[in-house]
Design a protein around this ligand. Structure first.
Ligand code: AOS
Ligand code: ZN
Ligand code: ZN
Ligand code: ZN
Length: 426
């Protein structure tokens, strides 16, 4: 299934009038306040977010999984799904593959398909949190941290294999997330586990091509509930530093203990030039993997405020890899991704409206009230007409969710793939 330019133009016809009215009103206001609307629009249009290959099927937890049917049952179909969202939103121009769930059968065909849909290959993800069919050793007691050398070597080799697969597709980064840790006190020696992890990561790093990055993701708990080897940003930062320049920390929004100040973490990592990438989602309790912006949209805005500041003021920090890492039970996964994309773009647009010079002046004057007014003034602006305009400029639709429904995309997929197709992976 493909959405044609004609369908997009047809869909947009009905909404163009009111979009234009809203956009002109907002653009005038912003221009009066000294903003460069064209520059904001082009930043929004350039902001592309990778879709993980595991978010396209039945979502959920380790408990029940419920399908919305018509799931993509091959890598090609997953890329086609992303193509559908991308054609509507114009902001999902990348895919993040999970190995071994998404090993391509025919590299050229997969590359050509992605290219035809304007989709790039973002970071590739390794998996040493599950035992694979033909693997000799088990990761039950850890992978890169395991006290047994053979297990570590197998896990290192897997990561090298993932780099090689990514390299054939044009990826430029490897994301390492480890489930390694312990469930009970005394089960592991903390120091040995960290030392082994460090040594293993260094071995992987040696296999990293010159223009690649290694992104080290941290997470406080789950699946191990007593200790996790790479538990927080400090540990990830430490490991990345010891590996070298191409190793960076990856922040997943759900991987913090409740009430952590994530925006401060983001800011400090950028100051140190060590923020490599992002996994967007939202949560109320832990690694809930809920739709970005669905629970704490103000926190998402504050995070983007630091990102915008960092991108402007921290040339020492490399370009970031953006990805959505969300998946759950009750929404059509494609509609859910569209909502996440919108929430992310909205937070970004609002952060672009923060008057950095005025904020600095207010900080210098210790005018705490003014500082808050500046941030919240930006946050309270309804920026949706900017998002619409940025999408329209790139050939997308005014309202992606409405278009998805009015074009009956899910039923189209069900007709094409059958009701009971099952997504590969998780
Ligand atoms: C796990 O909690 C992490 O968020 C990972 O980034 C990801 O969801 C998983 O590795 C799937 O590959
Ligand atoms: Zn329970
Ligand atoms: Zn993640
Ligand atoms: Zn996670």
């Amino acid at each position: 299934m493909k959405i044609t330019t004609e369908q997009i133009q047809d869909f947009n016809k009905a909404g163009l009038g009111s979009h234009k009215e809203n956009f002109d009103f907002l653009a005038n206001k912003l221009t009066q306040n000294g903003h460069n609307v064209e520059a904001i629009l082009s930043k929004l249009a350039d902001f592309q977010i990778a879709i993980p290959s595991w978010a396209l099927g039945a979502g959920g937890t380790r408990f029940g999984r419920f399908s919305f049917y018509g799931e993509p049952s091959s890598l090609e179909q997953k890329i086609e799904d992303i193509g559908l969202i991308h054609s509507l939103t114009q902001t999902a121009g990348a895919v993040s593959l999970h190995i071994p769930w998404d090993v391509p059968q025919d590299y050229n065909a997969v590359k050509e398909l992605a290219q035809s849909l304007d989709i790039k290959f973002d970071a590739v993800n390794s998996n040493t949190f599950q035992d694979q069919k033909d693997s000799k050793y088990s990761y039950k007691y850890g992978s890169l941290s395991n006290i047994e050398k053979e297990v570590r070597e197998q896990a290192i080799q897997h990561n090298i294999d993932v780099i090689n697969i990514g390299n054939k597709l044009g990826s430029k980064a490897l994301t390492v997330w480890l489930a390694d840790g312990s469930c009970f006190p005394g089960q592991n020696n903390f120091q040995a586990a960290l030392q082994n992890t460090q040594d293993s990561l260094k071995d992987i790093y040696k296999g990293l091509p010159e223009d690649w990055k290694m992104l080290i993701e941290y997470k406080p708990y789950e699946p191990n509930f007593y200790s996790t080897v790479i538990q927080d940003w400090g540990t990830s930062y430490m490991l990345a530093n010891e590996c070298g320049e191409k190793a960076l920390s990856l922040v997943d929004l759900g991987h913090h203990l409740p009430n952590s100040n994530i925006e401060q973490i983001v800011s400090i990592l950028m100051l140190k030039g060590k923020l490599g990438g992002f996994h967007f989602n939202d949560s109320k309790y832990g690694d809930d993997d809920l739709t970005a912006g669905s629970i704490k949209p103000y926190a998402l805005f504050l995070i983007f405020n630091e990102l915008v500041y960092g991108m402007a003021n921290n040339p020492q920090n490399p370009d970031l890899a953006w990805m959505i890492d969300a998946s759950h039970n009750v929404k059509d996964p494609l509609e859910d991704l569209i909502q996440s994309l919108e929430a992310i773009q909205e937070a970004f647009a609002k952060a672009l409206l923060v008057d950095q010079a005025a904020l600095k002046a207010a900080q210098l004057a210790h005018d705490v009230i003014k500082c808050q007014e500046i941030l919240q003034g930006a946050y309270r602006t309804d920026v949706r007409p900017l998002l619409e305009k940025a999408r329209l400029n790139r050939g997308g639709v005014i309202s992606p969710i409405n278009a998805f429904r009015s074009l009956d995309v899910r039923n189209g997929l069900i007709k094409e793939r059958g009701r009971n197709s099952v997504a590969t992976g998780l």
